[in-house]
Design a protein around this ligand. Structure first.
Ligand code: C5P
Length: 239
């Protein structure tokens, strides 16, 4: 697979074209951003850790019957993925209250949400990713009803798989964000990445934060915590 020109550079990953019109290469960089890109830092090893973490999770989701764009690891920082037409929607599931819902609804951090709650946000940095509902999505044509339904079903299926996986490894999956896109076969696939950059994970016993909140809140040991989470899942970052 030949890596060709860079198509897009996001806050933490870059996307490259390949010689196959249906495949892209995702490059995981060390850049770590928070607060809509207001704060950006380089964290040693983060690109490699998130690339391998994402590969492990995407393979597990694929094995559980969830279509994902992930195909294979190409190197420490590169992964081969299917080219998707991304839908401009972030799907969030919350099992425990933390982050924006705490501020928005005035609920206590750590409150268990039973059943888990589902929210959607428009992917738009200039507007700070505003929360949207299904009617907005229909009225503005950001997705059709079949796609919307599929995204919701897949987002909750991911919860079933990953809540158990993290729980078995001594962690709580507090919340996470997923993005979806349409492949050339017309099917919705999970895109983007799943890593501690885009979810919240707490130690089950101590409730210590092991995710990107360590960066957002200046708690230190950011990549060390990501690696700890990965090792608890059985990921070998030196392989
Ligand atoms: O900030 P908020 O509490 O709404 O985030 C919910 C979850 O979605 C968190 O796990 C956060 O890391 C993730 N998220 C993300 N990218 C965004 C917004 C939220 O990965 N742009």
């Amino acid at each position: 697979m030949e890596k060709r020109e860079e198509l897009y550079s996001g806050k933490a990953k870059s996307v490259f074209k390949t010689d196959d019109p249906d495949r892209y290469i995702l490059n995981f960089r060390n850049d770590t951003s928070a607060f809509d890109g207001l704060r950006v830092e380089q964290l040693d090893r983060k690109g490699m850790v998130n690339n391998k973490f994402n590969a492990f999770i995407m393979n597990a989701l694929q094995a559980a019957g969830i279509p994902t764009h992930f195909e294979k690891l190409l190197s420490d920082n590169d992964a081969l993925v299917k080219k998707l037409d991304m839908l401009p929607i972030e799907c969030v599931v919350r099992n425990i209250a933390a982050g924006s819902i705490v501020k928005r609804l005035g609920v206590e951090e750590g409150l268990e949400l039973n059943p888990p709650t589902f929210e959607m946000f428009l992917k738009n940095d200039a507007l700070h990713d505003p929360m949207i509902n299904e009617y907005h999505i229909r009225s503005f044509g950001w997705a059709n009803d079949v796609q919307l339904d599929r995204m919701k079903v897949l987002t909750f299926k991911v919860n079933d798989v990953l809540q158990k996986m993290f729980s078995d490894a001594g962690m709580l999956l507090v919340d996470y964000k997923l993005e979806f896109g349409v492949f050339s076969d017309g099917e919705i696939h999970l895109g983007d990445e799943f890593s501690p950059d885009g979810c919240r994970l707490w130690d089950k016993d101590t409730r210590e934060k092991l995710d990107k909140d360590r960066f957002r809140q200046g708690l230190g040991n950011v990549v060390e915590s990501y690696e700890l989470v990965g090792r608890r899942l059985g990921i070998d970052f030196d392989a």
